[in-house]
Design a protein around this ligand. Sequence first.
Ligand SMILES: Nc1ncnc2c1ncn2[C@@H]1O[C@H](COP(=O)(O)OP(=O)(O)O)[C@@H](O)[C@H]1O
Ligand SMILES: [Mg+2]
Length: 299
Amino acid sequence: MPSDPAPARAVGEHVEARVPEVLDAASPRARPGRRREGGGGEKGGGGAAPSGTVVRTEGLRRSYGDARAVRHALDGVTLTIEAGELVAVLGPSGSGKSTLLGVVGGLDRGYEGRVELFDRNLAKMRDRELSRLRCRQIGFVFQAFHLLGHLSVLDNVLAPALFDPEWPDLRRRAMELLDRLGLADRAEDAPGQLSGGQRQRVAIARALLQRPALLLCDEPTGNLDTEMAARTIALFSELHAEEGLTVLAVTHEERLAEVATRVIRLRDGRVEHDGRGKQGGRGKQGGQGKQGGQVEVGS
Ligand SMILES: Nc1ncnc2c1ncn2[C@@H]1O[C@H](COP(=O)(O)OP(=O)(O)O)[C@@H](O)[C@H]1O
Ligand SMILES: [Mg+2]
């Protein structure tokens, strides 16, 4: 598919034209509806001090099938994730990892138990409120990337801003993310011209565009070669330090678990282990699983 740079310009100009200059792209505080404090691009980690509970689940259960043959994809998951944590969710195939992300991201409301997002009961939120919350606070990286084939790479990264006319021009942010993910020279290409791993990185850049408070990733490095997986993991870690990004990442990558502040292992829809990762000295621990917050303290 030939690359068509025209839509990229159209997207950027459209957003730019509608946003007052006082809404500075560099400042998350300038945006309505933001809860995060600190961040704002300060380097070095010391400046970012996000606070508050991002996710809380209590007795979360998600079942499939009928009464005769019921299967609990999630079977009583209780956990609390505080702002600024970088949580790796590990577990064998079928253990409920993707189901957990779907529920926590507000995409799957067919659960039992209690789920709170940013201290709000998910079950009580109207669809519109939830859409707004998802749009402004949560970035998703799905296993399937869901890129728009008729838009350029840059436009794909900018696409979330299309749905919210209050967003400032984020092209610089989009280009910075593409650069950090090794794709700066592919900005004008079409997704069809990219490899699977490159597309995955575009999806990651898109999810990070709006400095989400919470990034949910399902196997974010599954299609990446070793070097790019390492680079992507480093970016998560950097944004975690620079912007206080909270990350909940399902992964098979032990390396991701290594940079995590917390590691949760699921098995058969239950929390088998919930404890500090190797970087656990930073950020709060809110684990309330079987071993929540009690493991390897002082690392
Ligand atoms: N839409 C669905 N219908 C029926 N069963 C499902 C559905 N989604 C997931 N499951 C089941 O729930 C369990 C957990 O699935 P999933 O969350 O995708 O696991 P993981 O991501 O850890 O591989 C599996 O047994 C799976 O077959
Ligand atoms: Mg899965």
